[in-house]
Ligand binder design. Structure first.
Ligand code: 2NE
Length: 270
């Protein structure tokens, strides 16, 4: 597969092949631990993917075979967050989690090696996860004085069940790819050598499907788990579709033409 760079960054790679984009956390010397810059760059790349109609599916990965990500870079954890060159303590990975949830295109985590801490929450919030057989999953927060009480807890409990989610957080064990698969934490386990090939295969299958249907399925599941914020996302998609109808356009046109709208001309389906 030939990957073409979309944009150059300092701490991530952003590439594409056809309609598939790949965002790769690129700090392998630290097991792809993220800094505020890594996260800001990922937010920028995901925003590009959201706006670019020629991208249909996004892969999130870690550079090398050793790790997907080991979470927040503890060496720059300051007082109240992770501190970058602007000296502001941030937890901007939470904004990234939200963006991955609301982006109206499938996001697939491609996991080789360690998927730990805040890095593991990133794979959790992706729509699908394909892991290599060398992948290991776990939450270390309580060991290093941290926790994710948002998607990392409530959504994890939805995905693997409350008992298992508490076990993951209370004990801090690492789970093999096969164990994670059996817990419904991830979708598929493949030999490391076949990881990208298997992920691309799923991407190509997804790209044959109706993007609007996929968008609504994703938004519907968000609506179920994210409360009013999820419903807002779903509702926004409904508004988008309504804007494409003659009935929606009649309201706009009538206002602009300073006349009464004629909505009676449109059928009401049962
Ligand atoms: C990931 C793990 C299990 C890998 O172990 P191993 O033995 O394969 O590698 P090693 O030697 O531990 O790591 C290689 C180098 O990467 C650095 C290490 O310090 C080491 O550096 P050198 O000794 O070569 O200089 N490294 C690895 N992870 C790092 C990290 N997260 N921050 C900074 N440097 C890191 C093992 O490395 C491990 O357990 N890592 C720590 C996992 C962790 O606790 N992550 C933070 C959880 S909290 C979080 O992510 C978070 C949150 O809870 C809420 C909001 C936002 C973030």
């Amino acid at each position: 597969t030939t990957w073409t760079s979309i944009k150059s960054y300092q701490e991530i790679l952003f590439e594409r092949t056809g309609k598939i984009a790949k965002i790769t956390m690129n700090r392998p010397h630290k097991r792809n631990a993220f800094t505020p810059l890594t996260v800001a760059e990922m937010i920028d790349a995901f925003t590009h993917c959201r706006d670019d109609a020629s991208i249909g599916v996004i892969i999130l990965a870690g550079a090398g075979d050793e790790a997907f990500s080991s979470g927040g870079d503890q060496s720059i954890r300051g007082n109240g967050g992770y501190v970058g060159t602007d000296n502001i303590p941030r937890l901007n990975v939470l904004d990234l989690q939200h963006l991955i949830r609301i982006i109206p295109k499938p996001v697939i985590a491609m996991v080789a090696g360690w998927s730990v801490g805040g890095g593991n929450i990133l794979q959790l919030v992706c729509d699908l996860t394909i892991a290599a057989d060398n992948a290991r999953f776990g939450q270390t927060g309580p060991k290093v004085g941290s926790f994710d009480a948002g998607y990392g807890s409530g959504y994890l409990a939805r995905v693997i069940g409350h008992k298992r989610a508490k076990e993951v957080w209370f004990l801090g064990h690492f789970y093999t790819a096969q164990e994670a698969y059996e817990m419904n934490w991830i979708n598929k386990v493949v030999p490391l050598k076949q990881l990208e090939e298997a992920t691309l295969e799923w991407c190509h299958e997804i790209l044959k499907k109706s993007p609007t249907a996929l968008r609504f399925i994703k938004a519907a599941m968000n609506a179920d788990t994210d409360g009013l914020a999820g419903l807002q996302q779903f509702a926004g998609d409904a508004t988008m579709l309504f804007y494409t109808t003659d009935e929606g356009k009649e309201g706009r046109d009538a206002f602009n033409e300073k006349r009464e709208p004629n909505f009676g001309q449109f059928p009401t389906f049962p």
